[in-house]
Every structure is written in C-alpha cells, then in structure tokens.
Design a protein around this ligand. Sequence first.
Ligand SMILES: [Zn+2]
Length: 281
Amino acid sequence: MTQTLKDQGLNSDPWSCSVSAAIGDVFGVGSQLRVRRDVDNLAVYTVAEIREQDPANVVRMSSIARQRLGTSDVFTGTLHTPLSTKLMTDAQAENAGAFVERIADHPQNQGLLLMAPHGGRIEFNTDHQARLAAKDLAGGDVSTWCCSGWRTDNGSTHSRWHVSTTEISPLSFPGLATIANRGFAYAVGFHGMKADGVLVGGGAPNELKQMVRQAIKSVVGNNPVTVVNGGKNSGVSDTNVVNWITAGNGGGIQLEQSSEIRSKYWSDVAHAVADVFADLI
Ligand SMILES: [Zn+2]
C-alpha cells in the first residue's frame, strides 16, 4: 500500500483507494475491497480509481486511510473481498470479528425493503430493528437486507467495516445484487449517529417522512425527531442505496438515530416504522 498522488484527489479521504489495472480486473471502480495488513489490522475501502500506469501490485491510499490499518507508513498487505467467505451465524460472526451480509427476500417482493447496512457493532441494534420491523409485517410484501460487522479487539468497528451508503456496491454485496434492479416501492434504512434524537431523511416525499416522524415521536419520550430534506445525514442523494433501491429513487427513508435511541427505544422505533408501512404495502 503506497501513498496517493496529489492529483488523485484522495489525500484527505480515509475510505478510498486506487488500484492497478491487474487488481482492477478483480476489484473494479466503485467496488469494495478488504485490505489486510496483518492479523490485527484490516479495513474495507472503496476503489475510486484504476491506475493503468501503476505496477501490478500497487494500491494507493492516503496517509489517513492507512491509519485505519494502524500505520501511516507504506506497507505490504493482502486484498480480499469485504465480506466473510465462510457461512456463519451472527453469533459465530461476532466471535470471529467478521463482516457478513444477510438477505431475506422473495423474487416477487416489490413493496418494502428494510435495511441496515451498518449492523452488528458498526451501528448497534440497527440490524435488529430491520428484522423486528419485518417480523411485525410478516406475510406482507417485505424484504430485509442487513450487513453486520464486529471486531474482537477494542478498536473501532466503524473504522474497520463502515462503507458509506452512497458507496455500497452490488459488485461487492451479492445479496444486494439480487435486488438491485427490483424497484421497491419503499425502503427504510436504519442507522446510528452521534447526535441526539432521530433524523428522518431520504429521498421519499416529505409527507411520508412526516408520517414516519409522527409515529417515532410518539414512542421516544422527549427526544427530538426531525425531518431532514437536505444537508449532513439527510440521506437524500440519488447515490444512497436507500434511494436507488426504490422505483424512481423516490421511496427511501433514512433513519439516523442516537446511541440513546438505539439502546432504549430501538424496538419501539422498529414497531412504529412497521405500523406506518403496514397501511402502505
Ligand atoms: Zn449507517
């Protein structure tokens, strides 16, 4: 892993890398790869560029991107797919510190997709919320898609496994690939944030966001619940998976929730979301 060049525009990007043409044959632009420096240091990156002029074994990333692997030095490492290649239960994945993808879907489903791209310890309880809301809607036109990551040391799970919702690629997530062109009417993404309360964002119409806000507001005590139609954490981008997975990019709801919400009210929020969509699908 070597340094990015100034003209690559990646020097302040902790999440991206460039790869040689040979590596690009396996990990194309936009896909995710897992870089392993040693047994204790590994992390997922998105391929931002293929550099034909680089030697076959060269990956470039910024110094802050290398710091996710515990060093700012140039180093030799190995490349892997981001997800675990072993079949594991969540309990086994947690014990192994792995990153796994789960999908529960029927090819005829087109109603609602409940998703948690950052489950496990990346944004805790979000995968449980997606599954609980799906359970409430069992028998309905509802699918779930969750990615969950853990680690076994005290380091940041977010730093190791987080892939931005605007970068997550069906090239790297085979479950997601099976539903990428489905065109769900609605999708809800459960997420965690550092700030207080809940943000109700995404590309869905404001009216739907208001309905979801109302339902969540009634179960989270005095915590603020705010509809956002732009800005940080608003999830409105067309490149956000919660939006492009829906028909016409128009049915995505992104829920950003504080740590308190996800500890104390995670199930109440999931039930509230299910209640809203029970009438719509
Ligand atoms: Zn998230």
